[in-house]
Design a protein around this ligand. Structure first.
Ligand SMILES: Cc1cc2nc3c(=O)[nH]c(=O)nc-3n(C[C@H](O)[C@H](O)[C@H](O)COP(=O)(O)OP(=O)(O)OC[C@H]3O[C@@H](n4cnc5c(N)ncnc54)[C@H](O)[C@@H]3O)c2cc1C
Length: 396
């Protein structure tokens, strides 16, 4: 049974599709409009943190999710020369899952009940007497009771509700790529998240696709303005020159890359609001964050599940108030995560101190960010609607 609301989601990324999954599971009519002509993705691995894993596992995705993800077996830290940095005792990375983005998106598309319309690039959102009208570059239009902008860092929906955010370069560029595990004799021994740090750089790798591929992300300093896109090609030779003299596995992984993507890392301050009338934002459109804490997808997933709880039994005349409640619930938490992500990046790129001093600094900032993980957004959203509700056990 549906609640009669028609919800339009702009953007079929991880944020938009998880929101569609959560909303349709609670009986809401959802249509997703995606600008790309077909599911287009640059191959990349992604880490899904425990606060989001628990939500996805409550859906019809549950069993399949286990099949395409690799549970992290911890974070292994090393200096650029390969010296182990002692791991903090509370290893929260143990609870995250690594996944290939394409496999997760395909799985989300496969379980969705509602339609996903590709080739619908939204160009305008206009208020109507009963809701909002979306206009698309292909000449089509669609009316909806609620519009959710899940259209990423360069969001059009954000612009249409009067918001802009000035990006500031972090002065670094990330190279990303996937290495077939068969290319490296030691790949089968690789477990969990592995990171090397020093000289203003960091290098991360972890297995995805049941260990068949190794995801690589390399952060290097740059004074040049880089395009803020996931799809710009990078130069493997230039990448190799950044890591000369580093630990052998780092150099092996770079040498095994056929190609790489280059991604300029930009930071943005929190937005003053996310919701206006019957239009709201989620994911990177609402709270883009630097990627160093692996929470970009996690926070987008939380947004969608919060909206699903708040809109499940909403009447038309309650929509605006529910979207304000959503904004109030989410803005504080996501701006805290934006800050934690910024600090994580500074720590990884710093070379200061010996391994045990680095471990101590890591322990400090990890304890300061520990509040992010044991959080149940469905519970928090339900408590807004029923403040007297007894709390339930958090995270599965
Ligand atoms: C290829 C890629 C690699 C990434 N790698 C990492 C990583 O290594 N680490 C990390 O922390 N984060 C990474 N991210 C970011 C992370 O995935 C996001 O923070 C998170 O998934 C939330 O994304 P989102 O759904 O809000 O936005 P996105 O994943 O950007 O999805 C937005 C969707 O909206 C569509 N869209 C945009 N404009 C319009 C429009 N006008 N009309 C209709 N549709 C539109 C886009 O085509 C896209 O499908 C990556 C993102 C991408 C796309």
């Amino acid at each position: 049974m549906t609640n009669g609301l028609n919800i339009a989601i702009v953007g079929a990324g991880i944020g938009g599709l998880s929101a569609a999954l959560a909303l349709s599971a609670r009986g809401t009519n959802v249509t997703v409009f995606e600008g790309a002509e077909s599911p287009r993705e640059a191959g990349a691995g992604l880490s899904i943190p425990p606060n989001a894993v628990a939500l996805l596992k409550r859906t019809s995705l549950c069993d399949d999710f286990e099949k395409i993800t690799t549970r992290s077996l911890g974070l292994t830290l090393r200096t650029s020369r390969g010296k182990p940095v002692p791991r903090p005792p509370a290893d929260l990375a143990l609870l995250s899952f690594q996944v290939h983005r394409v496999e997760l998106l395909e799985m989300l598309l496969g379980v969705l009940n509602g339609p996903v319309r590709f080739g619908h690039r939204c160009i305008a959102v206009d208020e109507t007497e009963t809701g909002a009208r979306l206009s698309f570059a292909n000449g089509m239009a669609c009316d909806a009771d609620v519009v959710i902008g899940a259209d990423g860092i360069h969001s059009i929906v954000k612009r249409e509700i009067g918001l802009t955010a000035r990006p500031t370069s972090e002065g670094i560029v990330a190279y990303r790529g996937l290495v077939p595990a068969v290319k490296l004799s030691w790949a089968s021994e690789l477990r969990g998240l592995n990171m090397w740090m020093g000289d203003g750089r960091s290098f991360i790798c972890f297995p995805v696709s049941e260990g068949r591929l190794i995801n690589v992300v390399a952060f290097v300093p740059s004074t040049r303005d880089m395009e803020e896109t996931w799809f710009a090609p990078g130069d493997v030779k230039a990448l190799a020159s950044e890591y000369e003299g580093w630990d052998a596995p780092v150099r092996d992984l770079i040498a095994a890359l056929d190609h790489t993507f280059r991604w300029g890392i930009y930071d943005r301050p929190p937005l003053p609001y996310w919701s206006k009338g019957c239009v709201t934002l989620l994911g990177d459109a609402a709270h883009p964050m630097v990627p160093h804490f692996g929470q970009g997808a996690g926070q987008a997933i939380e947004d969608g599940f919060a909206l699903a709880v708040l809109l499940e039994h909403a009447r038309r005349d309650e929509i605006s108030a529910r979207l304000q409640a959503y904004q109030n619930l989410r803005m504080g938490r996501t701006s805290g995560v934006q800050t934690a992500s910024r600090l994580a990046g500074r720590f990884y790129r710093s070379a200061a101190g010996n391994p045990s001093e680095q471990a101590e600094r890591m322990r400090e900032w990890m304890s300061a960010a520990a509040w992010i993980f044991p959080y149940d957004v469905e519970e928090a959203a339900a408590a807004l609607l029923e403040p007297d509700r007894p709390p339930r056990q958090l995270l599965a």
